[in-house]
Design a protein around this ligand. Structure first.
Ligand SMILES: C[S@@+](CC[C@H](N)C(=O)[O-])C[C@H]1O[C@@H](n2cnc3c(N)ncnc32)[C@H](O)[C@@H]1O
Length: 407
């Protein structure tokens, strides 16, 4: 059997040997053998292991597709993720200082997208398998908060009640201060009987809120999230930072970068993760594309005590970015776009000459493109902090500050 020497880890977490040959669950420096299927090595055998190799902490690692790098030490994963950020910036001609990697602890994920389906015996729920579309059950998952593990039987019960025979339910589960909030997509179409059955399930399973394809079926307790001094009840399935530790790390950096600002624009504001804590010390213009999220943010602000003014605006920032003149009077911007980045918005922002920008990103490639544009417009980039909320995955998040240096 031919042996291959792994040279590096690709962005999806596979080891890559010359060829290229892609070998899952391997590490740089390892000598491996296996059966080649195209460019992919299967039935991989580790001939010479790396000193960074560790025993995977989760018994589901081999079959479950939720994690990619549990076979590597924490130190290796940090170094790898920092390297992904460094490389993306280098491709834009930027040498970055990486200020550190803050990794969320195991069992800290407070929201997850589960898959569930009916089976002959009942139902099953979990994550998709490694390189397969089948569902793998994950009762000992090391990522999810224990209260989300308790959501697995909930997803199964909902698949029995409202899953079609062929299709899979997409079950988004989130921990809230009211208990478990569940937003289901791709179930059977709602009719009166299904609504009654689902409402009974929400009662029996003690759910805070259950929604079905966007429609609220039961709201037994408001599923609140705490953002600084405010309590917000997000719309069903709304974006929420994946772990409380990750959110705290991002917020700490955003607060530090924008310190001293008295009027801040928070672009792609979600339900107010940054805007509401920032409003303790500055007026905030919070702009977000989803109307229901802005309504939730606004309600949270009105009910909170001691906050400065927060103006919530619903606006599609891809098609209709805030124009340079609209930044008049703003002395700091927080921008946290989705994976696609915010090219149109950053183009305007680069010309608006706002003194300080805190850029939060879940995609190092689009971040690096934005960084290059801001630097070309006269900004200096501060240290980049990597925040790893999706530990053991190939996902990378980061935050960095930009300060206007040239007139
Ligand atoms: C990465 S999330 C960040 C949300 C928020 N900053 C937080 O930390 O909770 C990106 C946000 O961008 C919003 N979004 C996506 N596309 C948008 C668009 N075209 N215009 C405005 N907002 C958009 C999403 O609804 C989501 O709330």
């Amino acid at each position: 059997m031919t042996e291959h020497v792994i040279e590096r880890l690709g962005h999806q977490g596979d080891g890559i040997a010359p060829g290229p040959v892609f070998a899952p669950m391997t590490l740089p420096g390892e000598v491996v053998s296996g059966t080649l299927n195209g460019q992919r090595l299967e039935q991989v055998r580790i001939v010479t292991p790396s000193s960074d190799r560790v025993a995977a902490p989760c018994r589901h690692f081999k079959t479950c597709g939720g994690c990619q790098v549990q076979h590597a030490s924490d130190g290796f994963v940090e170094h790898w993720k920092a390297g992904i950020v460094r490389e993306a910036l280098r491709a834009q001609g930027i040498e970055a200082e990486i200020a550190g990697v803050e990794t969320s602890p195991p069992r800290s994920r407070r929201r997850a997208g589960l898959s569930a389906r009916r089976t002959k015996k009942g139902a099953m729920a979990g994550f998709h398998g490694r390189a397969s579309g089948t569902i793998v059950e994950i009762p000992d998952c090391q990522l999810l908060h224990p209260d989300l593990i308790a959501a697995l039987p909930v997803a199964e019960a909902l698949a029995v009640a409202g899953g079609s025979r062929k299709g899979e339910l997409n079950v988004s589960v989130t921990l809230s201060d009211g208990g478990l909030e569940v937003a289901v997509r791709d179930g059977k179409p709602l009719d009166r009987n299904l609504e009654v059955a689902l409402a009974q399930q929400a009662e029996a399973l003690d759910l805070a809120r259950l929604s079905w394809d966007g429609e609220v079926i039961a709201m037994r307790r408001a599923p609140g999230q705490i953002f600084g001094p405010a309590r917000v009840v997000p719309p069903p399935g709304a974006f929420l930072q994946a772990t409380p530790q990750g959110e705290a790390a991002l917020l700490r950096a955003v607060m530090e970068i924008t310190e001293g600002a008295s009027k801040i624009a928070d672009l792609f504001a979600g339900c107010g993760t940054f805007a509401l804590p920032l409003a303790r010390r500055a007026e905030v213009l919070a702009v977000e594309g989803d109307r229901a999220m802005i309504a939730a943010l606004d309600r949270g602000w009105r009910e909170a005590q001691g906050l400065k003014r927060v103006e919530g605006v619903t606006r599609d920032l891809f098609r209709n970015p805030l124009l340079r003149d609209e930044f008049k009077g703003i002395d700091a911007v927080v921008i946290d776009p989705p994976r696609a980045g915010a090219e149109a918005q950053v183009t305007e922002l680069a010309e608006a000459r706002v003194p300080v920008i805190a850029h939060v990103s879940c995609n190092p490639v689009t971040f690096a493109r934005d960084a290059a544009r801001l630097i070309a417009a006269g900004y200096a980039m501060g240290p980049v902090r990597v925040v790893d909320q999706f530990r053991w995955s190939s996902h990378v998040e980061l935050v960095a500050g930009f300060r206007l240096t040239s007139a």
